[in-house]
Ligand binder design. Structure first.
Ligand SMILES: [Zn+2]
Length: 226
């Protein structure tokens, strides 16, 4: 059965998927965009129906930043891969990462600098409210128990515990391994290029049709260069 997917645009993409037994939310956005997220979830009926599961593709602030808030307000369990769990336990994106990532493009560094300046002005930063995850995900884990015809695919590179969620229809929510700002490609920030290249090779063999990235528009996997 095809699941309905709603795209909540918050600078980072959050996806609300209607599973067989309720809503599953993939990623939660920046804490500074909380009001917008709450409004989108209310419009989608999540306040009345509840959220069955919150899945975090990885532990960065723009994906995990509203996890603690949503668990408080919706009572939904939060799932993340065990290798990124310490990031959310501490509310710190640098946990488990190299001091100097293998790939950090000029554009990305400039964006981070601008966001840093913005954070100083607005008082919002990269820190977020720490929380203990409820579910530690494993590579290959079947999500049928949460009403979702999908499985977990470990795709390290951007972070150690970065995961994709692959549905039975061939939709891959890929987190920040890939992005599609103006064309599909690797995300601007890759902690470990060796692992990222292995992850790319792995996802090409999974029968993926559409990639739904953490940033930018969804695209057919066939449009990914190389
Ligand atoms: Zn991101």
């Amino acid at each position: 059965m095809a699941h309905r997917i709603r795209w909540i645009d918050m600078g980072v993409n959050c996806y609300l998927v209607d599973g067989d037994s309720g809503h599953v939310l993939i990623d939660t956005g920046f804490p500074s965009k909380r009001d917008k997220l709450d409004a989108a979830l209310e419009a989608a009926g999540c306040w009345t129906d509840g959220i069955r599961l919150i899945i975090l593709t990885h532990g960065d602030v723009d994906h995990a930043g509203n996890g603690a808030h949503l668990r408080r307000t919706h009572g939904a369990p939060i799932a993340i891969h065990r290798d990124d769990a310490e990031m959310v336990r501490r509310g710190d994106m640098s946990v488990g990462r190299k001091a100097k990532p293998d790939r950090q493009t000029f554009v990305f560094r400039s964006m981070v600098r601008i966001v840093g300046l913005w954070s100083k002005v607005t008082g919002t930063g990269a820190d977020f409210e720490a929380f203990e995850p409820d579910v530690l995900l494993e590579d290959g884990q079947d999500l049928a128990g949460y009403g979702l015809n999908a499985r977990v695919v470990l795709l390290p590179g951007h972070s150690r515990g970065s995961i994709g969620i692959l549905t039975g229809d061939g939709d891959l929510f890929c987190g920040d391994l890939l992005a599609n700002y103006w064309r599909p490609g690797l995300h601007f920030y890759i902690d470990d290029m060796g692992r990222a290249n292995e992850s790319l090779g792995k996802l090409r063999g999974l029968g993926v049709r559409t990639v739904l990235p953490g940033h930018g528009k969804p695209f057919p996997l066939a449009r990914l260069p190389g």
